[in-house]
Design a protein around this ligand. Sequence first.
Ligand code: GRF
Length: 210
Amino acid sequence: MTKQRVGVLVSGRGSNLQALMDAQGPFCPFEIAVVIANLPDAGGLQIARDAGVEAIAIDHRPFGKDRSAFEREIDAALRARSIDLVALAGFMRVLSAFFVTAWAQRLVNIHPSLLPAFPGLDTHARALAAGAKLHGCSVHWVTEGVDTGPIIGQAAVPVLPDDTPESLAGRVLQAEHLLYPACLALVCGGEGAAGAAARDTALFMNAWAP
Ligand code: GRF
């Protein structure tokens, strides 16, 4: 099996990166080939190093407002390592048209809500304020709009009566850790017609077993 070489972009603790790492094995159709962070102290970099995966910090701050110069550096690092697919895992920079076009149909993201509900930030507090009874997470292709690309998969969890944004976030995060590896395997796996059919089918999970 030819494994797809995945580059993961992170900004923070990297628990989704860890879940993707843990999913790797002989029958997994992807391998994490490089991890890139825009903050040198991102926890995800240490997770990569501990697993023997190349970890690179490309600090966005010296680039100031020149977003595309920052993104060209990331793009060059990915291309130099023959990356097939880029997975955003808590990467907190909005990507410009340059990067999104350069990696069109090879760029995925995980977002902590059942899109199209609650794009953007503070999804858990907003779900509670809206009185949502069902919440969850989505893995989607990245297009130019924020959190609007085609959905690859979603996992649902209930909102419980005593939930706080923190308790709800914890439940959703557990679902993220199940959903992201499954979706990445879906888009990386299978050659020919069977693979194409799988990639055209969105994955929906009930990620809650009380
Ligand atoms: C996750 O909730 C993810 O959905 C969002 O940012 C968070 C990253 O968490 N995009 P982690 O760094 O993977 O632990």
